[in-house]
Design a binder for this molecule. Sequence first.
Ligand code: ATP
Length: 350
Amino acid sequence: MSFLELKGLSKHYDDAVAVAACDLSVTQGEFVCLLGPSGCGKTTTLQMVAGFVQPTSGRILLDGADITNVKPNQRGLGIVFQSYALFPHMTVADNVAFGLEMQGVGGGERRKRVDAMLELVQLSAMAGRYPRELSGGQRQRVALARALAIRPPVLLLDEPMGALDAKLREEMQIELRALQHRLGVTTIMVTHDQSEAMTLADRVVLMNKGCIEQVGRPFEMYERPNGRFSSTFLGKANVFEVTRTQPGASVEVLGHVLPTNDDASVGALEYIVRPEKIAFVDGGIAVVRGRVSARVFLGNHWLFQIETPLGTMQLTHANTGLPQAAEGDDVGLSWAPENARLVPRAEACV
Ligand code: ATP
């Protein structure tokens, strides 16, 4: 059952559409990531849920109640924004206690909850320190503890790890995921980082130009992208535009028959195959032949760029320690029909 619901939620700034009629249902305890390129409307969506931005149209329901016009502080949500700084003149413990004080939670109970929160984020030893005496990661953990101390029905996070370096970010992602599972708090997080979204989210909400392009579990969305945008934003993909006039007809580009198990899709379509699903093959079984124009070693895998009659294609192969095709080599490429997807060619939603 849905716990938080966005119904036809839009935000327009004059003629510009920041968010266009978004519908989303989030179940209790779910971790949802709003993912998409800069300017696609992620933060505006989150800010509307938080109550800081008034929607142009649409509704927000929390546990069945319409909160669209409820003031931010009366929504009782936990919020951590990248720029949502801690109070510099307050200790870690006082920062965490702040929301509880605002809610009128009394001294004894307040101390108990602050202690519990600090233990949860492993900062009990730093309760008396000031924010300036903490590392970036520790500050973010205090901000999280402060947001969670009020036991919010929903936790809203906007790029909470944006200021952290890559290694710390990875560690914090794993910590955050464990914490969220333990507390079971419904969480919506904004990120433009696809690997962060895949690491954390139960479901990814992929946004583009104010619209929701696709919603799904990370694996399902990676394996079953619904078009060019999804397939290339979440990972890499080779995408060919094809047109099929009748069911069962072969799918061809410039005389090359592309393998597919999908006999049903017709019309203007996109044919999608992921780089890691393509193999080098010898002789006549190749779907297409080409020449390696670039080869990049990335540690655990190789990335190849191949010039083919269908255009430039990308391939990735796990590094098995064995020699690989070199730049300038002529190669045959093949992939299994079950590894290709045919989807209707997308139209812009606004
Ligand atoms: P980023 O990842 O860069 O933060 P985002 O996906 O969070 O981007 P939003 O901040 O939601 O994107 O912005 C969506 C669109 O709305 C952008 O085109 C932005 O310029 C526009 N926008 C946001 N706030 C305002 C505002 N107060 N006035 C006018 N336009 C705005």
